[in-house]
Structures are given as structure tokens and as C-alpha cells.
Design a protein around this ligand. Structure first.
Ligand code: BGC
Length: 257
């Protein structure tokens, strides 16, 4: 059987670890060539490049700070050069900062909004310019969160950024469909990744979180990567402007005891 991503190239931002790295492995295992990205290439990036070679594909790592529009745009341009084209853009890089609303500094607000929303906005813009210029179709997947929809007290900037991402995807789905560019969000709940390190090492807090999840466990990066691969593939050819929740039932869960 033909691999789903044979002759395709994907850029996955923030892919040194966690969900981004899992997406890289998953797409590579189905034949995709991968542009990995992070602030700096370190041992994790090098290990992933080697793993992808073992999977029979190819990867390069491009450094960029995605809180800056110029670097987000430059990353897409360098990605196109790396393998001579770009088919799939996965905006995975994201950060969150915990603080009471009344304590949030402008610096932290900017860091969260710029990485989670502004960088994504301009990366997509750069990709769309390329698709238009070459008259090529494209696929965009944004790593959103269940918090594009539900509240997360003490993470106001994070929720604002993911709420913005929800609306950006809805809007671009309409505007870009005539160009044959599809765009969707995935919305992970509590996944065991580095962003949740603190939570996972605090047994009491973890217990409270698990009580909110009908499946009674956290998700894995591979479970997110499977949905991302579906949305990146032709299996989802008629899907655009949607959000896929990957949350063990968390989002619409309510119980009184
Ligand atoms: C956040 C995690 C949180 C999860 C569920 C994610 O978007 O990054 O910190 O545990 O949502 O609330």
C-alpha cells in the first residue's frame, strides 16, 4: 500500500519534544519528509533526525523563535528551500504561563500571545503566499487546546490565544478554501508532555485533573499525532474549519459528585 505522505514535506514547529516530536515520527513513518523546528537544535533534535532516518525518511532541523513574525515567515521560506517545496504546515509550538489574572505581566502576555497566535498567523500567511504563487494546494493544522473553548482559570493569556486560534482557523477555512488550502485545529486536553511536567509531578493536583476526565487518564502524544496525521492526509479531504478534541471526554464533562 502506498504510504499516505509519500513525496510530501511537512514543517512541524516546536518539534524537539512532546506532541510535535510525536507528529514528526508519525508522519515520517508514513513517508513524509520533515522539517523539525525549535529555538535551538540540541540532543533531542539530533536524536529525532536519526530516528526519522531509521524510519526510512529524512529530516532537517531549522532554528527559529516563533514569537517573532519575521522569524516565523523566514522559517516557512527556509523550509520551502530545504526540500524544494512544502505541503503541510503544522503549527505546534506553544507556551503557557500560570498566574493569577491580576499578576500577569505585559512581558508574559506578549510571550504567550506572540508565540501561540502571532507567530502562527504569519507562518500561515507565508505558507499561503507560497501556495498561491505556485498554484499548489496546502494543508494547515494548528495545535490548539480544549481551552480554545473551555475556561482555564489562571491561564487568561493562554485561553485568549487559543480562543483567537479557534476564530483564525474558522475565518481562514472560508477564505482559503477557494485556493484548495484546508485548515483545522486539534484540541488536546491533558496530555503527558513536557508542558504538563509540573502537573504530573504533583499527585494531588493530578488526581483532581483525572477526576475531570471521563476516561480517567491523561492522553499520549501518539494519540494526538494519529489525529494530526488524519487531518494532514487526503483521508480528511472534505474537512476544513473544524476543531478535533482529543481529550478523553474532558470538554463536555460535568458531574456533581
Ligand atoms: C494545557 C495543559 C492542561 C490541559 C487540560 C492544555 O491546553 O496545555 O496544561 O493540562 O490543557 O486542561
Amino acid at each position: 500500500m502506498m504510504k499516505r505522505f509519500e513525496n510530501k514535506v511537512a514543517l512541524i514547529t516546536g518539534s524537539s519534544q512532546g506532541i510535535g516530536a510525536a507528529c514528526a515520527r508519525r508522519l515520517a513513518s508514513e513517508g513524509c519528509r520533515i522539517i523539525l523546528n525549535g529555538h535551538t537544535l540540541d540532543d533531542r533534535g539530533n536524536a529525532l533526525i536519526a530516528e526519522i532516518a531509521d524510519l526510512g525518511s529524512e529530516a532537517v532541523f531549522l532554528e527559529a523563535d516563533l514569537s517573532r513574525a519575521d522569524q516565523a515567515i523566514g522559517l516557512v521560506e527556509r523550509s520551502i528551500q530545504a526540500f524544494g517545496g512544502l505541503d503541510i504546515l503544522i503549527n505546534n509550538a506553544g507556551i503557557e504561563k500560570h498566574a493569577d489574572f491580576w499578576e500577569v505581566s505585559e512581558e508574559d502576555y506578549d510571550a504567550v500571545m506572540n508565540t501561540n497566535l502571532k507567530g502562527v498567523f504569519f507562518a500561515i500567511q507565508s505558507f499561503v503566499k507560497y501556495c498561491r504563487q505556485k498554484d499548489l494546494p496546502g494543508v494547515v493544522i494548528n495545535m490548539s487546546s480544549v481551552h480554545e473553548e473551555i475556561a482555564f482559570p489562571h491561564f487568561a493569556a493562554y485561553c485568549a490565544s487559543k480562543g483567537g486560534l479557534k476564530m483564525l482557523t474558522r475565518n481562514l477555512a472560508s477564505e482559503l478554501a477557494p485556493l484548495s488550502i484546508r485548515i483545522n485545529n486539534v484540541a488536546p486536553g491533558a496530555i503527558s508532555t513536557p508542558i504538563n511536567q509540573e502537573l504530573m509531578s504533583d499527585k494531588e493536583q493530578l488526581g483532581r485533573v483525572l477526576k475531570n476526565i471521563p476516561m480517567g487518564r491523561m492522553g499520549t502524544s501518539d494519540e494526538v499525532a494519529g489525529v494530526v496525521a488524519f487531518l494532514a492526509s487526503e483521508d480528511s479531504a472534505y474537512i476544513t474549519g473544524s476543531t478535533y478534541y482529543i481529550d478523553g471526554g474532558l470538554t463536555y464533562h460535568y458531574q456533581e459528585q
